[in-house]
Design a protein around this ligand. Structure first.
Ligand code: NIG
Ligand code: FE
Length: 385
């Protein structure tokens, strides 16, 4: 069945076919056929189809692509957040609190938590979500984490190398062997990606290299958490390995920015983490001005960034990181798609998945202009994993 979405005041396509930048078509219509975009153009010349959906002059954008989240967890760290807001520093070790709660939870509880957060995300206009494991850190707990994620999303990531768990405290090498051996065997069938937290207090560049190579041998694409808490080798490693994305990128030097700009690796910025840990924001302006490709994602997790809201991250990117509203929206849609190596999402060109978000606003600019306001009127998409 075909559907005509019409009377769109401002349509963001992210397709250069319809103009520079966001590829905006005014007074537009879109025809959806079998879940794909089949026609885009002025509403006045739209073809006649079975179903007509009038959005009454509102803006329509592609669904957000949240390319970085940690939804498989149990427990709550609001006390840690409160302590931080009254002066305590954020440290990677807080991850272990969530590991203990996650190990103690049933499969049903873990799945219910993912579903709850995915519902929030969908309400906020997100139509694709990457979900990481990383709070199990035993073979069985990592395997069930990626398995649960895989039931609910096609973009799943094995993050056994999130932090060295307490029981391996004096044997990090032994833990890397576990991650690259039995844990990878158990998780690879359910994962598309493998990720490593490459940071002081987590994993070194050499360990990251070993873990990503083991994942690549099992057909998993590599990603990295890097340069979040301080400057480190992770960004350079990601570029050297030609990874699709390197995430956080908070502490970058000129050589890192030049390396990213000269590469296809997407710099994924997670401003919710800087907001919630009261840290300096990543140098988005320098990255964009140098020509790097930038994505924005939520990093949703109970420790450093407990938000599911891409509009909130867009508002932070604009206000705090000096991205233009257009750059921020592109990063939250097309940027996320590139970070996941996908060309069927993040835009509304012909053939794209018909993931349309109708805003209760005349323009996408309102996403940053009206911070904290729920502007997502409707999410039009085919139901799928
Ligand atoms: O992406 N950086 C590592 N992992 C998460 C934080 C996890 C936590 O604090 O529980 C992040 O920010
Ligand atoms: Fe993360």
């Amino acid at each position: 069945m075909n559907t005509l979405v019409t009377n769109i005041g401002e349509l963001v396509t992210n397709d250069p076919e319809y103009g520079d930048g966001l590829g905006i078509v005014e007074n537009a219509a879109v025809v959806i056929e079998d879940g794909r975009v089949a026609w885009v153009g002025p509403a006045s010349s739209a073809p006649a189809v079975d179903n007509r959906h009038d959005v009454e002059g509102r803006a329509v954008i592609p669904g957000f692509v949240d390319s970085h989240s940690h939804l498989v967890f149990a427990g709550d760290r609001s006390a840690e957040f409160e302590a931080r807001m009254t002066g305590q520093a954020y440290a990677a070790g807080g991850i272990r609190t969530t590991v203990a709660a996650t190990r103690a939870a049933s499969d049903e509880e873990l799945e219910a938590n993912v579903v709850r957060l995915l519902v929030e995300m969908r309400r906020g206009g997100t139509t694709t979500v990457e979900i990481k494991s990383g709070y199990g850190l035993t073979v069985a707990d990592e395997a069930r984490s990626v398995e649960i994620a895989r039931r609910l999303s096609e973009e799943t990531t094995f993050l056994g190398a999130h932090v060295v768990p307490a029981e391996y405290g004096d044997d990090p090498g032994g833990y890397v062997e576990l991650v690259t051996g039995p844990m990878l065997d158990a998780c690879a069938p359910h994962a598309r990606w493998i990720d490593v937290f490459c940071e002081q207090g987590a994993f070194s560049a050499d360990q990251a290299r070993t873990i990503l190579a083991a994942g690549a041998a099992r057909g998993l694409g590599g990603r990295l958490h890097a340069n979040q808490l301080g400057h480190g080798p992770g960004v350079q490693l990601a570029v050297e390995l030609g990874l699709k994305a390197v995430d956080h990128c908070t502490h970058l030097d000129d050589a890192d920015i030049a390396a990213l700009a000269g590469s296809e690796t997407v710099a994924t910025l997670l401003p919710g983490a800087e907001f919630s840990t009261r840290s300096p924001y990543p140098p988005a302006r320098a990255l964009l001005d140098a020509g790097a490709t930038v994505a924005i994602a939520t990093d949703c997790n109970p420790g450093s960034s407990y938000t599911t809201s891409m509009p909130f991250c867009i508002a932070l990117a604009v206000r705090e990181m000096r991205m233009s509203p257009a750059e921020a929206l592109a990063a939250a849609t097309l940027g996320g798609a590139k970070a996941l190596g996908r060309d069927d999402i993040g835009h509304l060109g012909i053939g794209a998945r018909a993931d349309l978000v109708v805003l209760d606003a005349q323009s996408y600019v309102h996403l940053a202009y009206r911070p904290g306001v729920d502007l997502v009127r409707d999410v039009l998409t085919v139901t799928r994993k």
